[in-house]
Design a protein around this ligand. Structure first.
Ligand SMILES: [Zn+2]
Length: 568
């Protein structure tokens, strides 16, 4: 007797092979049979007309705090994700000395825009000090998705060096490097999936200081890498500005060489040098040819800011006249902004220079719509629309932001959209040494809502795109399942094959899509975050249990901590 059988679906099994029609039988949380299944089952799901895929594995999330207060792990759970990996970009909450969590909160607030009050009140501080204790705290809980954790360099550095680890004036001494390496090695032996670090000036704590690992030198990174390598398992995740380009590559190659551990690096298209990513992918190909397993994590679309009166920033958020009313509740703010006097004053002002590049470039600002259009043509920009309407771009933006009683959001794609097209993203996704990632689910609560990347990947690239070439469904599914799972060493999932985990999605591809993002106020301490729902997921199955049906949670929580890499 099987526990579950999924009948008559179009199986896209994660291998990259052509889809085929068949059944999937499940027993004891694993896939028992694929093809024609005759054995009776306690429960049957009819998948006629639906795709049956492995559950998505999202390797780039920031749920490090949320795992302690949210068993669902939304929004990922609504997007067919069955395994999340957190602790990316060098930020997280373990190890931490008793009472020393204030700085880690400021860092997460600054780097990932997660409200500090939510982290202070929501996280069960005191439940752990070491990284293994943090893993134990997660292991005591149950979730709607499986959870993998990585050791973040910033927390590690602050733990070992104290304030010196955050102020960029001193390098760690040899003993401190040794300690950091041992802590990573022991955390990985206890079940951490890897070690992550950030070398980008885009990452700052809310106190203004750059993220601690920014200035970590070769001694430190190679020292940690060598001892990490003694564990014989685990992966690196790295984000970098690639300052001092060839030196930076040499450092990454050495980290991989000296540890024997694979690495993934975030890559995107930057408006300042829109072709640089091609060189980076060439460097990654060369590293692989030299026997060094390095992959790029790439985004499924542009990485974009959402701007609005409820969001963290918008075109007018630094204007003096807006600052005067910034603290008012939304309804009052909207009422004031509709007063002709204030409107006139506001439209006569300019943004602070530090804001202008992002929020005041109206030729790169768009309305998003519902369903949202993530590949808007240049002629649909706020600047172009304003020209047609005969008003200034700022005036038009203000009118748009006041729509829906001030709940409206504008979209400012800032990476991967240099040419007003996602063709570069397609090239990145199809590159041999890339995996889909970078969604940052759980983070950027008031600015970015890219936890929906897995849904977008299949819905847009597999079906919806009309502005250019699409990508075969089987390639997309492999990318978001087998490839991401393998990236972090989870070989027990990501494909539909006998013996592997029964983590599955039943998808109505014709209906698969995204709803418009919206701001909700459901974080601890009433904190706000951007949320986004999906359509088209008929069911999601985790370890053989139906966790979501038609987009709603069934209430079952089979998700657990994934301790370390898993064999097939
Ligand atoms: Zn990240």
């Amino acid at each position: 007797m099987l526990d579950l059988v999924i009948r008559g679906g179009t199986i896209v099994d994660g291998s990259g092979g052509a889809p085929f029609t068949g059944d999937v039988g499940v027993r004891d949380g694993r896939i028992a049979e694929v093809g024609r299944v005759d054995e009776p089952a306690r429960r049957t799901l009819d998948a006629g007309g639906l795709l049956v895929t492995p559950g998505w594995v999202d390797v780039h999330t920031h749920y490090d705090g949320q795992v302690t207060w949210d068993s669902q792990l939304s929004p990922s759970c609504w997007h067919g994700v069955t395994t999340i990996v957190m602790g990316n970009c060098g930020v997280g909450f373990a190890p931490v000395r008793p009472g020393a969590h204030e700085y880690l909160i400021k860092l997460m607030e600054g780097v990932e825009d997660i409200p500090g009050t939510a982290l202070a009140e929501g996280i069960a501080w005191g439940e752990w000090e070491s990284f293994p204790e943090y893993l134990d705290a997660i292991a005591r809980r149950s979730y709607a998705v499986d959870v993998g954790a990585q050791v973040p360099h910033a927390a590690l550095r602050f733990y070992v060096m104290g304030e010196r680890g955050a102020d960029h004036e001193q390098a760690p001494n040899a003993a401190e490097i040794e300690t950091m390496g041992q802590l990573v090695r022991d955390a990985v032996r206890a079940g951490a999936l890897g070690f992550t670090t950030s070398r980008t000036k885009n990452h700052r704590a809310s106190d203004g200081r750059f993220t601690p690992s920014l200035t970590a030198g070769a001694d430190e990174l190679l020292g940690i890498s060598r001892i990490f390598g003694e564990a014989g398992q685990g992966v690196f995740e790295v984000v970098s500005d690639f300052a001092g380009r060839e030196q930076e590559w040499e450092l990454f190659r050495e980290m991989v060489r000296q540890s024997g551990r694979p690495m993934s690096i975030s890559i995107g298209q930057n408006d300042a040098s829109p072709e640089a990513w091609r060189g980076m992918l060439a460097a990654i190909s060369a590293a692989n040819a030299a026997g060094l397993p390095i992959k790029a994590q790439v985004a499924a679309r542009a990485i974009g800011l959402l701007l609005g009166f409820e969001a963290t920033v918008h075109p007018f958020s630094s204007h003096p006249s807006f600052r005067e009313i910034a603290a008012l509740p939304l309804a009052q703010k909207v009422a004031r902004l509709r007063e002709p006097g204030l409107r006139k004053r506001l439209l006569a002002e300019q943004p602070a220079p530090s804001f202008a590049a992002l929020v005041w470039q109206f030729e790169r600002l768009f309305t998003l719509g519902d369903p949202p259009d993530y590949e808007p043509p240049e002629e649909k920009s706020i600047a172009a629309e304003a020209a047609r309407l005969g008003v200034t771009p700022a005036e038009h933006a203000l009118d748009l932001l006041l729509e829906r009683d001030g709940h409206a959001l504008l979209y400012r794609p800032f990476l991967n959209y240099s040419a007003f097209s996602l063709d570069a993203v397609r090239d990145m996704l199809l590159h041999e040494f890339t995996v889909p990632g970078l969604g940052d689910a759980g983070a950027h609560c008031g600015m970015i809502c890219d936890g929906s990347f897995p849904t977008f990947l299949l819905a847009y690239w597999g079906r919806g795109r009309t502005r250019g070439a699409r990508i075969p469904i089987e390639t997309l599914v492999k990318g978001q399942t087998a490839d991401t799972a393998a990236l972090v060493g989870l070989h027990d999932r990501g494909r539909i094959a006998p013996g592997l985990r029964a983590d599955l999605n039943l998808i109505d591809l014709a209906r698969l899509g995204l709803r418009a993002p919206e701001i909700v106020y459901d974080l601890p301490a009433g904190g706000k975050r951007l949320m986004q729902r999906a359509t088209g997921y008929e069911a999601t199955v985790l370890a053989g249990n139906v966790t979501f049906e038609k987009g709603e949670a069934t209430g079952t929580l089979p998700g657990r901590l994934v301790r370390g890499p898993q064999a097939a």
